[in-house]
Each structure stands twice: as C-alpha cells, then as structure tokens.
Design a protein around this ligand. Structure first.
Ligand SMILES: Nc1ncnc2c1ncn2[C@@H]1O[C@H](COP(=O)(O)OP(=O)(O)OP(=O)(O)O)[C@@H](O)[C@H]1O
Length: 281
C-alpha cells in the first residue's frame, strides 16, 4: 500500500451493483453484471481479466464515457461522492477536467496530428489557469523524463515514438493533478522495455501525487510487480478481489487460477519496480 493509501478514508470511486448492456445487431450484450467496487485514496488498483470480460466498460463508466450503444441498466457510479449519472453536462466535464486523468491505450492517436507537441501541451494546461510559458512546458516534459524536452516541443506526433507519445499523454493527464487516474492498457502498443519504463513512470507519478490509479491490464506479471490490489473480471462480473500478494499467489477462484496458469513465467512479486531512468525511446 502506498503511504497515501488509507482504507479508513472514504473511497474516491464507489461503484455499486452496476449493470451495463450494449445493444448490438445480434442483440443485447451484458458487459457488466452487478459490479461493485470501491477505490481507496492513493491506491494502485489493477483490473484484470480476459478480453471481453468488461474491464474497459467498467473504467469508462467511471468518467461517464461509455459509448452510445451502452446503457446502464442499474446501479450507481460515485466519484468523490458525486453520482456521475446525476451530473449535468457541465458538471461531468468539470469532474473529468478537475479530478480524473485518463491515460490512453493508443497515445499517438490521442494526440492531434496537425499540431506540434508544444502547442498541444499549451492547449491542455491553459484552461487550468496555469502558466504556459516555454519553461513550464519544458519542466512538464522533464517530469515525465523526456530526454530533450526543448526539441520535443517542436515535434509533430508522427515524429515521436510510441513511448514518447505516452510520456506526453501522461504529462497532459498529470498536469491536471487528478485525484483519480484511469489507465486502460496504457502500454499495450509498446515494446517490452518501454512498457516497463512507462509503468514505472505512471506508478511513480501516481505515488508522488497521492492519486489513485485504476489500471486495466492483461499483463498479470506487470500487475504483480506494480500494483497493490487486483480485481479479476470474468464475463462482466468481479469474481475475485484483494491484495495482489494474496490473489495472485493463492487465488480462490478457478478463473483466476486459469489466468495465472496462462502466465508464461510468473516473476516473483517485488516491493518496488525497476530503477528510475530517463526516456530511451
Ligand atoms: N461498442 C460496443 N458495442 C457492442 N458491444 C461492445 C462494445 N464494447 C464492448 N462490447 C462488448 O461488451 C463486453 C465487454 O467488453 P469490454 O471492452 O468492456 O471488455 P474488456 O475486458 O475491456 O476487453 P478487452 O480486454 O478486449 O478490451 C464484450 O462482450 C464486448 O464485445
């Protein structure tokens, strides 16, 4: 548990018996089935499960970012005590802007291809009332360990690697000082070494800021190395949930055992991740 994580404080996210369905041409697909989950202040929570188990739907529901085809059938999502379904459009935008940070799956696609990185950073932080001078933008890029930030500000998205694009997306998300970070497979498009560097960065910044991290992942090995609590999803339900050290060592649900058995070579749990380093890509 991080220094900031405190089970006695109110959850920052409280999901209660949430059921969600997609309307498709083939009929109705139940993506979430009575899902309940609390996220505590400052904790690193992983949501794992096979493809189609409902992880993305659950993480999108936190920001009321579900696609039109998805309908909430029942249940509630409360973020910092606010029922997100009850907020008006201005209210949900404010909640997303001020309290929630989203780290994208495909960082290059999340950037505007027509605009230099410096301009995009400027536009991302100007609405927050922060200074947007060059020195501030440089220090923002330094905080995500971009080796040559001056140069990076002048680049277009197609000129940066996936790893650098993800660092930029993380810088944009963290500039808002969110209380809750949602990262849906943030390293899915990156190679193995960059993946570890990006996870190290996300975890370090989350810890430093005291935010809570909700990290959707397929990678049980990485979850074991980086997270404190894990919730295992299967067919739209949470089938097991608890400390990583327990669930991924001595799982009680057969589905979790199946997931673990599919892990090529399970690395031993580590108290801390790899050493810090600067961008290599
Ligand atoms: N836009 C959509 N339209 C119709 N069905 C959808 C849509 N998005 C998701 N689904 C269905 O909802 C269920 C849950 O999908 P979801 O994407 O939440 O799972 P997931 O665990 O995040 O999967 P993955 O790991 O592949 O991203 C699946 O059956 C999926 O096919």
């Amino acid at each position: 548990m991080t220094a900031a994580a405190d089970p006695t404080r109110d959850p920052v996210v409280r999901i209660d018996a949430l059921t969600a369905e997609y309307r498709t041409r083939r009929g109705v697909v139940r993506a979430l089935d009575e899902v309940s989950l609390d996220v505590r202040p400052g904790e690193l929570l992983a949501i794992v499960g096979e493809s189609g188990s409902g992880k993305s739907t659950l993480s999108q529901a936190i920001g009321r970012l579900l696609p039109r085809a998805c309908r909430l059938v029942s249940g509630t999502v409360r973020v910092l005590e606010r029922d997100v379904a009850a907020l008006d459009d201005a209210g949900i935008r404010r909640l997303r802007r001020e309290q929630l940070g989203f780290i994208p799956q495909d960082p290059i696609a999340s950037l505007d291809p027509t605009m230099r990185i410096g301009r995009q950073l400027h536009l991302a932080i100007a609405p927050l009332g922060r200074p947007t001078d060059r020195a501030t933008l440089v220090s923002l890029l330094e905080s995500v360990r971009i080796a040559d930030p001056e140069r990076a500000l002048g680049l277009f998205p197609h000129e940066v690697s996936g790893g650098m694009a993800q660092r930029i997306a993380i810088a944009m998300a963290m500039a808002r000082e969110p209380r809750i970070l949602v990262a849906d497979e943030p390293t899915g498009s990156l190679d193995a070494q960059v993946r570890e560097e990006i996870l190290d960065l996300i975890v370090r910044l989350t810890r430093e800021s005291g935010a809570s991290l909700i990290w959707v992942s397929h990678d049980l090995g990485a979850v074991r190395r980086w997270c404190e609590r894990v919730c295992v999803m299967h067919r739209g339900r949470i089938v097991e949930e608890g400390p990583v050290s327990e669930v991924l060592t001595d799982p009680s649900h057969p589905y979790t055992r199946t997931l673990l058995a599919a892990l090529p070579s399970a690395p031993a749990p580590a108290a801390d991740g790899p050493d810090e380093g600067t961008e290599t890509t």
